[in-house]
Design a protein around this ligand. Sequence first.
Ligand code: MN
Length: 740
Amino acid sequence: MPDVMSQQEDEKRLIQRAYRQLLRTIKNPDEQDSVNIRNAYELAVKAHSEQRRKSGEPYILHPIEVARICAEELGLGPTAVVCALLHDVVEDTNVTLTELENTFGERITRIVDGLTKLDSSYNAESPQAENFKKVLSTLVEDVRVVLIKMADRLHNMRTLGSMPRHKQLKIAAETSYIYAPLAHRLGLYAVKTEFQDLCMKITDPEPYFEIAKKLQETKKERERYINEFIKPVSKQLDDFNIPYEIFGRPKSIYSIWNKIKTKQVPFEEIYDLFAVRIILDVEKSREKSICWQVYSVVTDVYKPIPERLKDWVTTPKSNGYESLHTTVIGPGGQFVEVQIRTVRMNEIAERGFAAHWKYKGLSDGPDVYEVWLDGVRDLLDNSNSDALEFLSDFKTNLFNEEVYVYTPKGDMKMLPKGATALDFAFSIHTDIGYHCTAVKVNNRQVPLGYKLKNGDQISVQTSKNQKPNESWLKLVVTGKARSKVRSAMKEERRRQGILGKEALERKFRNMKVDFDFSVEALVKHYNYASHVDLYYDLATDEVQIGDLLKPFQASNNRLVLIPPKKEEDPPQEEKPPSDRAARKRQKAHKPKLLVGGEPADNYSYSFASCCNPVQGDSIFAFLTMNSGLKIHRSNCPNATHLMANYGYRIMKAEWGGTTNTTFVADLKITGIDAGPGMIQRLSHEISTNLGLNIRAFNIGGDAGYFEGRISLLVQNTDQLNQVIRTLKNLDNVSTVSRID
Ligand code: MN
C-alpha cells in the first residue's frame, strides 16, 4: 500500500530532522559523547518504534525534544542529552537498566533510573508524592535528574492540547503545585514563568486569552514607548565602551493576571506590562561597580522612586538571583522598571541552577544551592515513610526563603522562614530538641513557638526530665523537628499502649480466640489507623473492652461479627430523618451531570462548598474517603492540592444538559459608598429586575468605600455572568467578581 509506505517515509524524515536539529544544539561534544548520543538515539528509536503520543505523532519525537530543551534551553551538556533521550525507555518499553548499564555505564544508568516512575503496581496512598520523593532522592546525588525532569514536564505541558480535559487539569495542577515552585527555588526563572503561563492557559483559559489578545493589540504602541525610553539612556551608555544590550521585555501573562486580581484594576491601568533590561558584558571583578555606574546613568535621565530600589547584586536572593532593580518615572509620567545586570547574572537569573555549574567557584560566600541541597538531604534522612507528609514538609521547608540566626558562640544557622525557637533547638541536636525547656533570644526569654527573625542570637536551656508532647507539633515547622516529635509521640503511645494490649491478650485467651486475627478484626471494624492506636485507647480508658466486643462473638477460635437480626431496620437507615428528607428533596432537583461519562446519579455525590460550582463551570469530580464524590470547580483553590496529590481519585465530570436546578454563587462587590440606599439598590436590581433569590447579603466599609458579599441562587453561569455585568454597570459600583 503506497499510502502507508509514504507515511512511514514522512515520519522517518520527521524524526531524522528533529534529531539533526538536536545535534546542532550540542556544543563541542567529544568523541565518546558523540558515540553515546548516537547509541542512545538508536536505542530509543527502536524501543519506542511501536508507540505514539496522544497527538498521533511517533513517540520518539518526545525524548528528542526533551533532549533539545536540555541542551538549548537549559544549557546542559552531553550526558544530560543522552539521559533525556533514554528517559522513557525503561518505564515504557522492555529495555532494562542492566542493558543500559552495559552500553552507557553506571552514571547514565543511575540518572535514567531516577527519571523512571515507580512501578504502577506500587501500592501507595499517593503515587504522585512517592514518585516525587523518588526524584528528589536522586536529585541529591545528581542534580541533572531534576533538570531533565523539568525539561520533560515542560515538553508535556507545551503539548498538552491533545490530552482529554481532566488529564490536562491533573497535569497542570501537579505542575503548579510542585514543578513551578521547584523551578523557582532552583532559579530556573524562564521555566517557572512558562509553567505558570501554561497552567493558567488550562485552568483559566478565558482571562488567559483575553490578556494575550490585549498584549498583542497594544504591542506596537508599547514598542514605540520603549524605544523612546531607551534612546537617551543608550546615548550615555555608548560612552562607557562596554558591550551592552538594552531592550524591553513583556511581563508574563500570569503575572499580569495576578496584578489585575490583587490590585483589582483592569488591564488598561496596569503600568508595568514590561520591564527594561540592561545587560552588560564585563568581567567578574568590575561587575558591581559597573552596575552602579549604569544605575547612576539611568537615574540621571529619569527620576527614580527610591522605595523601589532593589540591590540583589550586593546580596543575592537565596535562589541565586542577582540583579539591580529600580523603578523610574519615564516619558509621560509612566512608571518603568529597569533591571541592570551582567551577562553572567542574566544567565543565572534565567537558568539558575543549570547555569550555576558554569560559574561555580566564581562567586564568594556560601554556595546557595549546596546549602539548599543539604536541606533536601536532611529532610530525606529524617522523613519517615509517608510520602505525603514528606511532600508537605518539603513544600514548607524548601520552597520558602530562609532566616539566618546565630548560636551563642556566633555560628550562623540557616532555617526556613517561619521556623520557631523549638525548631532551632532541634536543628542543633535531636537531644537538645527533646529536652528543651526554655529559649532565650538576644538574652530575653521567649515562648518555644517564637518565630525566628534574621540576626537573632539564640540559646537553649534543657532538662533531662523534659520530653516532647502532642502540643509541640503545633510549635515546629521544620521537617526534621516535626518528624522527631512525631516519632517520639509514636513511641510514647506504643509504651502506654502495652497495658491495653495485655488486657486484650487476657480477654482473648478467656474467649479462646486467636489473638492476631481478632485484633485485626477489631482494628478493621472500628477503623483504627493502627494496632497501637487501639491499644492506646484501651490503656487510657478511651474505650472499654466490653463495649468494643459487643457486636462480636467467638466462633472457631476467631472473633466474628454477630449477624444482624432480620426484623431490625437495615443499619444504613441510621441517619436522622431530617437529613434524609433533605437528601430526598435534593434528589428530586438533581441537575444533569455526567461523571466519567455516566450519569452522576449512579454515584453518591454532592457539590463542594469550597468553590460552589454553578452549571456551566468547568468542573471535576473528586472521590472522597467517606462522603462519595464531591464536584469542584476546575479553578477551585483546593483543586491544585487534590489533583497534585490524589490524581488517581479525580474523575472527569461534565454538565449533561440544562435543568432548572439552582446553584449557590458568591459575589464580591466593591464601590464608592453612596449612603444607605446602596443595599436597597443592589437587592432591588437582583431580586426585582433580574428575578433571582438572595441567600445572604453582607455589606460594610468606611471612608466612602464599601465592600459587600452576596450569596445568590442562579441556574447557570450565563445567568451569573449577566448578574455580574448588570451590577458592574450600576453607578458607584467599581468591581464585581465571583469569589473563588
Ligand atoms: Mn517523558
